[in-house]
Design a protein around this ligand. Structure first.
Ligand SMILES: Cc1cc2nc3c(=O)[nH]c(=O)nc-3n(C[C@H](O)[C@H](O)[C@H](O)COP(=O)(O)OP(=O)(O)OC[C@H]3O[C@@H](n4cnc5c(N)ncnc54)[C@H](O)[C@@H]3O)c2cc1C
Length: 426
């Protein structure tokens, strides 16, 4: 039986699923879902609630991918600016996509409440400026959101107001978003899976799909059996690999991202770091993000890598940055370190679509998927049930392949990221 990556989340897992043995034999269903992260579990739940006969096939365990490893920030918006979405959708379409990103956050809260998922959901996220140019960009964002999208939710924090909430002198100011939040991502994902099971979906873990034969029905093969399905949902995201759907490979770059978890902080250390329990990220291209866990550990994320190998001296580098940010944490013990793959698209807008007319996919939330993945599962359920307008808004976003083909796309992306990393230093 596959097990979870060693992480703080694995050791604080509160939800256990029953009846998730690997697929053995043949089955015919309405919908087969590939992947048991937030996208797949949400799709399973919403389809089962609509009365479809649903199976979900997970290669490892539910939440084993990015969903069970993430920073847990539940964010409005996207991994890119709305202007990028407006290029494909126009201003009105980008506005609708933005409203749906707000719906994604509300949906998360609703699912947590409705299915009694114990996952420490809290509200309040800050985006913090490290450079004067970040401050100007924030001012423009707040103004643009007011004027073009009638959104008044972002609150400006000047340097002192920010310092009241985030006790680091590194930041010059920021945006406070009371409508975004943070949660324990593995417990949230497992809670969705449990709700899907209760609604009637069947979950098979340790059941990697090796082959997808399209057609009606489509046929999915694992080492233990096969499923015939009228519809397929591909929810493998950065972990899907190239064999199941080679058509999707060029549009998505799996990028490694890493988190450390400190020992629990004392009251005094909490007061000297995050007294208001917000989640924070900075405005760099390769950004750092952090918040406190329910037992008051600092979960601090950042650093990227291309390929599955962690960067050299990762822990020392991350601890060095953390201690510089919060001198009160000098010498603190690090109890956990882990990483996972983020699915990033070239323009950092999410990638939704169909292969043929009965295979649906959504991927590439570009670091912004914890809320959006939940909504995408719901939108795919709507589309399969015949109401595709909302899903199709996102399918209108145009996406290009990463340049360089299979051999050169990773080195080219490393070059590009190094350029932005250098810019972050200026
Ligand atoms: C370290 C890290 C920090 C992050 N922080 C944040 C954050 O703070 N906020 C935010 O919004 N986003 C964050 N993200 C991104 C976020 O986690 C993802 O966008 C989101 O979880 C994607 O969910 P998913 O269900 O689409 O994919 P995943 O959760 O990756 O699930 C895909 C699943 O598919 C399975 N699978 C793949 N191929 C097959 C196959 N052939 N057969 C069967 N199963 C298969 C995998 O095993 C995996 O479990 C972070 C990601 C990482 C790695």
């Amino acid at each position: 039986m596959a097990s979870y990556v060693e992480s703080y989340y694995r050791d604080t897992r509160r939800i256990t699923l029953n009846g998730t043995a690997p697929l053995a034999g043949q089955r015919k269903v309405d919908v087969a879902i590939v992947g048991g992260g937030v996208t797949g579990c949400s799709a399973a739940l919403h389809l089962a609630e609509r009365g479809y006969d649903v199976v979900l096939l997970e290669a490892e365990r539910i939440g084993w991918g990015a969903s069970g490893r993430s920073g847990g920030q539940i964010l409005t918006g996207f991994g890119t600016e709305l202007g990028v979405l407006a290029k494909s959708l126009g201003c009105e379409g980008a506005g609708r996509a933005w409203e749906m990103s707000r719906e994604a956050v509300r949906l998360t809260a609703d699912l947590v409440q409705r299915h009694e998922i114990s996952c420490d959901l809290k509200w309040g996220v800050i985006e913090a400026a490290l450079k004067p140019r970040h401050l100007s960009a924030f001012r423009s964002t707040i103004q643009e959101m007011r004027e073009s999208y009638s959104y008044e939710g972002y609150q400006w924090l000047d340097r002192e107001a920010l310092y009241e909430r985030v006790r680091s002198r590194a930041y010059l100011g920021g945006i406070y978003d009371p409508y975004s939040g943070h949660l324990h991502p593995l417990n949230y994902t497992l809670g969705l899976a449990r709700a899907a099971q209760m609604a009637g979906a069947t979950i098979y873990e340790d059941s990697a799909v090796q082959k997808l034969d399209s057609g009606r029905p489509a046929r999915l093969t694992t080492s233990g059996g096969a499923i015939e399905a009228d519809f397929v949902v591909l929810a493998g995201n950065a972990y899907l690999g190239g064999d199941v759907a080679p058509q999707l490979r060029g549009k998505l770059m799996p990028v490694g991202n890493y988190i450390i978890a400190t020992e629990p902080l004392s009251e005094d250390q909490v007061a000297q770091t995050l007294p208001c329990d917000d989640a924070v990220s900075d405005a760099n291209f390769v950004l750092d993000y952090f918040h406190l866990s329910a037992d008051r550990r600092m979960l601090y994320g950042g650093h990227v890598s291309y390929g599955r190998k962690a960067p050299r001296r990762l822990r020392q580098r991350m601890v060095g940055k953390l201690e510089k940010l919060f001198p009160a944490l000098a010498g603190i013990d690090i109890d956990y370190q882990w990483g996972g793959l983020v699915g990033v698209t070239f323009n950092r807008a999410p990638h939704f679509g169909r292969l043929g007319d009965n295979v649906y996919f959504s991927q590439g939330y570009s670091g912004h998927g914890m809320a959006l993945a939940g909504l995408s599962g719901k939108l795919m359920a709507e589309a399969i049930a015949g109401q595709a307008e909302r899903f199709d808004l996102y399918t209108r976003l145009s996406h290009r392949n990463f340049p360089g083909g299979d051999r050169l796309r990773t080195p080219l992306l490393v070059l590009a990221t190094n350029f932005y990393r250098m810019r972050d230093l200026l």
